[in-house]
Design a protein around this ligand. Structure first.
Ligand code: C5P
Length: 223
């Protein structure tokens, strides 16, 4: 491929999007948050009480969902049928259902097709769970991120608190991350796993700048 694709996969709340955004900004690439797509679909399913066990319902729902991104400071804001849902998709109801929805074959098929279209001709950084293994197997650079589960829960909890969440506990966040990691790694359709050619990045003890430098060094040969 002529355009450069940087694929970042890994467990929940490992700082994938933080690194992806910083990298995209530094390189002038487009940042695409694939998790936001699964989250927006989940929000639509919750709002419209879509029965995930009913194939016809799921198919019909997917036909009524249009996702778009508008980039603001590399934040990758997602629009669900024209509505800004950036804040709502990060809240607990969506986090609690997203792994079930994203395990659905039809949902994945639809999202992957859209993601591949977005990476066809532009230089991009995309983060998710299956970017290096399924969406862009031919990505020039692949990272697989991981970090201590306790640290991950604390980071995500602090993020929720800073956004005004006063009801969710640290324990609930920890449980949710563990649940999603389990569901994401054990599902049948493109489970979360490290691509053979992915570079492992454990950021438990790394600053954001150190992670960015680490990643930049690996991408630079392809520029
Ligand atoms: O990245 P984020 O935590 O926002 O993703 C939310 C959920 O979406 C993940 O727990 C996973 O179930 C699903 N996901 C996925 N494949 C991707 C990105 C996200 O299945 N490429």
């Amino acid at each position: 491929r002529k355009n450069i694709v940087v694929a970042i996969d890994g467990y929940s709340s490992c700082g994938k999007s933080t690194l992806a955004k910083a990298l995209a900004k530094k390189l002038g690439f487009i940042y695409i948050d694939s998790g936001a797509m699964y989250r927006a679909v989940t929000l639509y399913f919750i709002r419209n009480e879509v029965d995930i066990t009913n194939e016809a319902d799921v198919k019909d729902a997917l036909q009524h969902i249009e996702l778009n991104f508008h980039s603001r400071d590399y934040e990758s804001h997602i629009l669900l049928n024209g509505e800004e849902v950036f804040e709502e998709i990060r809240q607990m109801p969506v986090s609690e259902s997203v792994s079930e929805v994203s395990a659905h074959k039809m949902v994945r098929h639809d999202m992957v097709k859209q993601q591949q279209r977005m990476g066809k001709s532009k230089n991009i950084v995309m983060d998710g769970r299956d970017i290096g293994t399924a969406v862009f197997e031919d990505a020039q650079v692949k990272f697989f991120m991981t970090a201590d589960p306790k640290i991950r829960a604390e980071r995500r909890f602090n993020e929720l608190v800073s956004k005004g969440d006063t009801v969710t506990t640290l324990e609930e966040v920890f449980e949710n991350l563990a649940h999603r990691d389990y569901a994401d790694t054990t599902r049948v359709e493109s489970p979360l796993t490290r691509a053979e050619d992915a570079i492992i990045l454990d950021n438990t003890e790394l600053t954001e700048q150190e992670q960015l430098n680490f990643a930049l060094e690996r991408v630079e040969p392809f520029l």
